[in-house]
Ligand binder design. Structure first.
Ligand code: ADE
Length: 245
């Protein structure tokens, strides 16, 4: 799966996406993450990417053209994991359009607090049905509505996604959450010890590790006996009862 992120804060992503499981998944070429600084697609000498809203109002709106240029540039770019060896030099030359795209099965996602609420089922479906996601991180009052129209006219699907019922300062955290949730559904991304807990014994099942007993302020806290019993049937029944999802 290839993820392309369009943002005005590219540095935000470096630490989180380059640690632990996501770092290993990139190294193993199971996922590829490219971050694009929207300001690189501005033709303004001050690299401006936002402007006042038509109709008035205090907030700023993200301009359509830099975002459209960024999308076109992504569609023209090479992907190490989706297109390891282009057949001919011309193979990567096209201007716009789904029909020409090397990235089949792609979706463009706009993060907005008013979008469809993201959940684990959606993460699994995105992982299964797509191999390329372009994530556009909104800021300010939102994105010029014409971006959506252009994307649709290019022949791509647009998904307006909210990461939850609260308003954040931008789409960068939502993008990282989506990548994390989608990536862990891709076969091979989680190692054996980290396999999908929703498939193993369910999310929300209490877990314990050594020691069997801890003492804090003269009170003892013990691991439930059933987990020490060695009786796999009983343990599995106990876990089923605790399961939240
Ligand atoms: N931008 C601001 N708040 C958001 C949210 N909850 N989900 C997605 N994008 C957002």
């Amino acid at each position: 799966m290839r993820f392309d992120i369009i943002t005005i804060f590219p540095k935000i992503f470096n630490s989180y996406l380059n640690e632990s499981i996501l770092k290993r998944a990139q190294k193993n070429k199971l996922i590829e993450i490219k971050i694009h600084n929207l300001r690189d697609f501005s033709k303004d000498k001050h690299k401006k990417v936002d402007d006042k809203a038509y109709g008035g109002g205090p907030g700023m709106v993200m301009m359509a053209e830099p975002i459209i240029r960024a999308i076109v540039s992504i569609l023209n770019s090479k992907s190490k994991i989706l297109n390891p060896k282009p057949r001919s030099r011309n193979a990567s030359h096209f201007t716009t359009g789904q029909a020409n795209s090397k990235f089949k099965k792609n979706k463009i996602i706009l993060f907005t607090p008013t979008g469809k609420e993201f959940n684990n089922k959606m993460a699994a479906q995105l992982a299964k049905n797509y191999n390329h996601l372009i994530l556009i991180c909104g800021r300010y009052e939102g994105i010029d509505e014409r971006v959506k129209k252009v994307i649709l006219d290019l022949g791509f699907g647009v998904l307006n996604l909210s990461i939850g019922p609260y308003v954040l300062t931008g789409g960068e955290l939502p993008a990282m959450i989506l990548i994390d949730a989608v990536a862990r559904q891709i076969p091979g991304v989680l190692g054996k010890t980290e396999s999908l807990e929703e498939k193993r014994y369910g999310i929300g099942v209490p877990v314990y590790t050594r020691p069997v007993e801890i003492e804090f302020q003269k009170k003892k806290y013990r691991v439930p006996k059933v987990l020490l019993s060695g009786d796999h049937q009983k343990i599995s029944e106990w876990r089923k009862k605790q399961k939240k999802i």
